[in-house]
Design a protein around this ligand. Structure first.
Ligand code: URA
Length: 259
């Protein structure tokens, strides 16, 4: 029987291949027995740096404070995209092919906030273009909305602009450092309502999870009316909940008509 380690290792290998690794060897052989010696040699230098009289190590940066400053400086969506692309404190950026900023029509009354790019979104640099995105488009189409519809548009983004490795859950520090960009994104896009897609969007903007309880109940997020709904990826796995999703879409339609 294949072990759990086998599947874990295989998934890691898939991930490397997706990142573009084509070889498992280096140009020259590495003697790994040398490495501890090299590390040991590096230690005294580190200790010396801490000695009085030597220059102090650079102060630790607070990624959240850096993000807040950068986001506040962005005066439009292009500038925001640029400062996010230049932000170097989120580890996810290193493994991602593209920054996934947004899709749809800026200024649309509805702004949809998803979780994070998956493989397809990472490749194309656009949110919700994979299977879940196709279902999202169908859901929006059912209430006569769409990301390319000039007459009844939506604007779409995610909590995280870079794909987490192997689609793992976002980490609290990643959410904390990217939240200032999301809040600025919402302020600059100026939607009338937010649609919070799935648990991570609710966690980030409402400070709570539990989409089964939260969905369908209008609330406030980032100073706007906000409607939590099931994530389309969840609906693909659990199609039995499409009835609730349909009720929530009708609620969104009614809100937009009346508001
Ligand atoms: N799931 C999300 O939450 N966002 C995407 O862009 C794609 C899948």
């Amino acid at each position: 029987m294949e072990s759990a380690t086998f599947h874990h290792d295989l998934a890691l290998l898939d991930w490397q291949v997706e990142l573009g690794a084509t070889e498992a060897i280096l140009d020259a052989p590495v003697n790994r027995y040398d490495l501890p010696a090299a590390t040991a040699a590096a230690k005294p230098a580190k200790a010396a740096a801490a000695k009085p009289g030597r220059p102090a190590p650079p102060p630790k940066v607070d990624p959240v404070a850096v993000a807040e400053q950068a986001a506040a400086a962005a005066q439009d969506l292009d500038a925001l995209r640029a400062v996010m692309a230049a932000f170097e404190h989120c580890e996810l950026k290193k493994g991602a092919r593209n920054l996934v900023f947004s899709d749809g029509i800026p200024g649309a009354p509805v702004m949809i906030v998803g979780e994070a790019p998956g493989r397809d979104e990472d490749r194309e640099g656009k949110p919700f273009v994979g299977r879940a995105g196709q279902l999202l488009d169908k859901m929006l189409g059912a209430i006569d909305r769409g990301r390319t519809r000039e007459d009844s548009p939506v604007y779409i983004t995610n909590v995280l602009p870079w794909r987490p490795p192997q689609n793992r859950d976002p980490k609290p520090d990643e959410i904390a450092m990217m939240k200032p960009f999301l809040l600025r994104h919402i302020a600059l896009a100026q939607p009338k309502v937010l649609v919070l897609v799935g648990n991570w969007s609710c966690q980030t903007l409402l400070g709570k999870r539990g989409i089964t309880r939260l969905r369908g109940e209008w609330t406030q997020a980032a100073g706007l009316p906000a409607l939590p709904i099931f994530h389309p990826a969840y609906l693909l796995r659990s199609p039995g909940f499409k009835r609730e999703a349909w009720a929530d879409l009708l609620s969104l339609k009614a809100h937009l008509r009346n508001g």
